[in-house]
Structures are given as structure tokens and as C-alpha cells.
Write a protein that binds this ligand. Structure first.
Ligand SMILES: C[S@@+](CC[C@H](N)C(=O)[O-])C[C@H]1O[C@@H](n2cnc3c(N)ncnc32)[C@H](O)[C@@H]1O
Length: 254
């Protein structure tokens, strides 16, 4: 969606399917993708600058993340600005094409590891000795679930996935999440998008704001709460509401 050169076959199919919905929807969705990525950058700068967190565990990786707005670039940039050493990033995903592309691209970077573990089985990821060696779980960690939870159907217990991870991390840890919402979704567009994503084998679960907020459970939601990605301490690039909205929020473990 952002026109990056790195993407898996599934990403390319998904982008192609959505873009086939026509020029105005295409423009909205490209803007939405950009706004969502910019939210991620702002959230990372916040946790690094205000909380001093330099450890990140990202569930659900796609080769789209090898772009200018990637988590690792933003984390390193924010840490350098705040003069904080010791940035550590762990990406968790077992999609074969994604894993190969990412591992090749970033193999030389010792601050980053890739765990080829299904992100839907966090207990396995958290028990992996490579993760224990890379991340110090006695200190706060920033957990990222960006463009991930809406690919996890209710049958795969997305709340259980989030809870399992957040139970493992120290107080002061943060959860940064982003999710497409059913709120305000045009029914015709929603049906098209569902059909397209079902057709390429990556069904998408649209959830309401209330359902999205429940992922944060007992976490303290930082201001301004769960809002459209652009409104999370930013401003939309469009003057009209998106026909398909994505929500973003950052929660802090007390
Ligand atoms: C489109 S990728 C997005 C990941 C990445 N955070 C990004 O921003 O590009 C979706 C992720 O959800 C995970 N996932 C879980 N269940 C899935 C499913 N049924 N279909 C597709 N992806 C699924 C995949 O491992 C994949 O990493």
C-alpha cells in the first residue's frame, strides 16, 4: 500500500485486491496506510523519549516493515535523539517469505532478531531462549501488535494472545496496537473488503472500538485513548472521514 519495494506475495495480493476497489478508495486506503505507519512512529518516539524504553517485541512481521517508517528505524532514531543506548528489537513471525526477506535484509544488525515462531502462539515465542537472550524481561518492554490483531479471528483468541504477552512483561511495559474497525464502515465497502481478503486466504476481522479497547484489559490507556490512527497525537492528511477506519492506542502496564 505504501509502494515499498519489499513485500511478500500475500502482501502484494492484498494490496492489489484492495486497490482494485477503485481510485477514490485506493487514495483513501493509501493515505490510511501512511497515517497508520506515522502513528507507529509517534508511538515509538513516545515510549522511548517519555518512558526510556528501548526494547521492542513485535508480533506479526511483514516485509512492508523494511521501509522508511519501520519500527527498527524509528526506535533507533528515537533512542539516538534521547541518547539512550541498548536498543533491542525482536520480530516474531513464521510466514516463510516474510521471514526470509527480513532475515536477509537485516542479518548483519545485532540489535534485531527474528523468531520464526507463529505470532499466535506467544507462549512458544516467550519461552524461546533466543528471545530471553535478546530481551531483558526484568525491564519494561514495548510490545507491538500493528496490523496484526485484525488478522486474528475470534476462534484464535486474540485477547488470549495479548493477555499472555502482557502478563509476561514487567510493569511499565507498553502495548502499541492498531486495528481496522467496523465502526462507521460503509456496509458495501466492508462486504467487498471482507470478500477480497477471504478470497486471498487472509480473512480480516473488523472490530468495534469497544472490542478494540478490550484488548487493553487492565492496561492504562494513554491519552487520547483509542482513536483513529491520525488522531493519536497527530492530524489526518484528509479533510473527510475515511470510508474504512483504523484505530490506534497505546496502553501502559501498571
Ligand atoms: C499484513 S501482516 C502485518 C504485519 C506487520 N506488523 C505490518 O505492519 O506490516 C499480518 C500479520 O498477521 C499474522 N497473521 C495471523 N493470523 C493470520 C492470518 N489468518 N492471515 C494472515 N496473517 C495472519 C501474520 O503472521 C502476519 O505477520
Amino acid at each position: 500500500m505504501l509502494g515499498t519495494s519489499q513485500h511478500s506475495e500475500a502482501d502484494a495480493k492484498a494490496a492489489e485486491a484492495v486497490l482494485s476497489l477503485g481510485p477514490s478508495v485506493r487514495e483513501h486506503l493509501t493515505t490510511l496506510a501512511r497515517e497508520s505507519q506515522e502513528f507507529l512512529t509517534r508511538a515509538i518516539h513516545h515510549v522511548v523519549r517519555e518512558e526510556g524504553i528501548v526494547q521492542f517485541v513485535d508480533f506479526g512481521f511483514s516485509a512492508n516493515q523494511l521501509n522508511d517508517l519501520s519500527l527498527h528505524r524509528a526506535a533507533k532514531e528515537a533512542a539516538a535523539e534521547a541518547d539512550l543506548p541498548g536498543v533491542r528489537i525482536a520480530y516474531v513471525d513464521n510466514t516463510p517469505t516474510t521471514y526470509t526477506a527480513a532475515a536477509l535484509e537485516l542479518a548483519e544488525d545485532e540489535s534485531i532478531i527474528f523468531l520464526d515462531v507463529n505470532p499466535l502462539t506467544p507462549a512458544r515465542a516467550l519461552a524461546d531462549p533466543r528471545l530471553e537472550r535478546h530481551i531483558d524481561f526484568s525491564k519494561p518492554v514495548c510490545v507491538i501488535m500493528f496490523s496484526f490483531l485484525h488478522y486474528v479471528s475470534d476462534a484464535d483468541d486474540p485477547r488470549g494472545v495479548v493477555n499472555r504477552v502482557m502478563r509476561h512483561v514487567a510493569p511499565g511495559s507498553h502495548l502499541v496496537a492498531h486495528h481496522v474497525t467496523s465502526d462507521g464502515l460503509d456496509p458495501v465497502l466492508g462486504a467487498h473488503v471482507r470478500q477480497l481478503f477471504d478470497g486471498i486466504g487472509t480473512p480480516m476481522s473488523f472490530r468495534s472500538q469497544e472490542e478494540f479497547e478490550k484488548f487493553f484489559g487492565e492496561l492504562e490507556l494513554l491519552e487520547p485513548g483509542a482513536v483513529d490512527t491520525a488522531d493519536w497525537r497527530g492530524r489526518s492528511l484528509l479533510n473527510e472521514p475515511h470510508p474504512l477506519r483504523a484505530l490506534a492506542a497505546v496502553g501502559r502496564k501498571r
